[in-house]
Design a protein around this ligand. Structure first.
Ligand SMILES: Nc1ncnc2c1ncn2[C@@H]1O[C@H](COP(=O)(O)OP(=O)(O)O)[C@@H](O)[C@H]1O
Ligand SMILES: [Mg+2]
Length: 325
């Protein structure tokens, strides 16, 4: 039976599930287990990971790459390498520009773009661009997409802040207009008068801006963000901040996964102490996140590696929440 979520402003079904939290809390593991649960319910599910350790390949016993690969019944998965993605992204911008600018400007452009690959924010921009493309494939190729998101707050900001996205696209469009002006000058100097009528680059930028707007709106209506945390001091505070940011961005918050809970062991004084502390933090989590639904996940004795172990973990998780409208 599916739980009904009344959190969405509109009654759209939840298409996108985002798992976020500090490094090592279990985002990748739980995102993969969640994807398995959704796929088991009969939906076509795509799991998207940006984990640099390629741990999803190990979890699903499938060699994954940069494009969706079949990884089980109703399940597809991919591992995006953000660095390679950023390079390809800048390369595509270079291709666009090459079509449009004169040879004289090319060396300067190349220098500029070489710097752009390393500039802070480029990898996130590339990633966001990729995410928005993938979002357009549900519904379509997929019914649901599970994103194992990077642990940085920067990605979240990019995913959410309309002003930043708008500014970014406008910045590019502005640069583009400048190039056009330069070109116009160049042409008139060379005695060629024909203006650049059909600006494909600019229209591609506009398409991108439209795609971003669409993605943002769908994040408000069709996404659930699942914070993952441990019953420890710092992750609790991190999660409070994360939920604040999500609230400001208008992204609905789903169940909180409290992961890696130690089983009580009265034999060992050390473990008993650990568990006592954990119980204090758990009580605090239940109080401070009283309005939220918690999913408490026990720590397995060993790391979760391979499909068999992942299946076992997935079986311990509750049915995914999908607002069915
Ligand atoms: N419930 C659990 N029981 C045992 N090991 C876990 C559990 N959840 C995560 N792990 C292990 O913890 C490590 C970090 O998990 P991972 O999902 O890669 O975290 P993240 O993606 O947040 O960095 C991995 O080795 C994983 O196998
Ligand atoms: Mg990870």
């Amino acid at each position: 039976m599916l739980l009904m979520a009344a959190k969405h402003a509109h009654d759209e079904p939840t298409r996108f599930f985002l798992f976020g939290g500090k490094g090592g809390v279990g985002k990748t593991t739980l995102a993969a287990a969640h994807a398995l649960r959704l796929a088991a319910g009969g939906d076509r599910v795509l799991l998207v990971s940006t984990d640099p350790a390629h741990s999803v390949s190990d979890l699903l016993d499938t060699r994954l790459g940069d494009e969706p690969t079949p990884a089980g019944d109703n399940l597809w998965a991919m591992e995006i390498d953000p660095t390679a993605d950023a390079e390809r992204y800048v390369e595509s911008i270079r291709e666009d520009a090459r079509e449009a600018v004169s040879k004289a400007v090319l060396p300067a452009l190349d220098r500029h773009l070489k710097l752009a690959v390393q500039a802070p924010g480029t990898a996130e921009s590339a990633l966001f661009d990729r995410f928005t493309r993938l979002m357009d494939s549900a519904p379509g190729d997929y019914d649901r997409i599970v994103f194992d998101t990077a642990p940085t707050g920067h990605t979240l900001r990019l995913l959410t802040l309309p002003s930043m996205l708008g500014a970014w696209v406008e910045g590019l469009a502005g640069q583009r207009a400048k190039v056009n002006r330069l070109q116009g000058m160049w042409r008139s100097m060379a005695g060629v008068s024909e203006p650049d009528r059909d600006d494909r680059v600019l229209s591609r930028l506009r398409q991108r801006a439209d795609r971003f707007t669409r993605a943002r709106q769908r994040l408000h209506r069709e996404a659930l963000f699942h914070p993952v945390l441990l019953a420890e001091r710092l992750p609790i505070e991190e999660t409070v901040r994360l939920i604040d940011q999500l609230g400001e961005a208008g992204i609905p918050v789903g169940e909180l996964f409290v992961n890696r809970l130690w089983p009580a062991d009265t034999q060992s004084a050390f473990v008993a102490e650990r568990v006592a502390q954990q119980d204090e933090y758990l009580a605090e989590i239940r109080e401070r996140f009283a309005k939220r639904t918690l999913v408490e996940v026990a720590q397995s004795a060993r790391d979760i590696v391979g499909r068999a172990q992942l299946d076992k973990l997935a079986e311990r998780l509750p049915e995914p929440t999908i607002a069915t409208g």
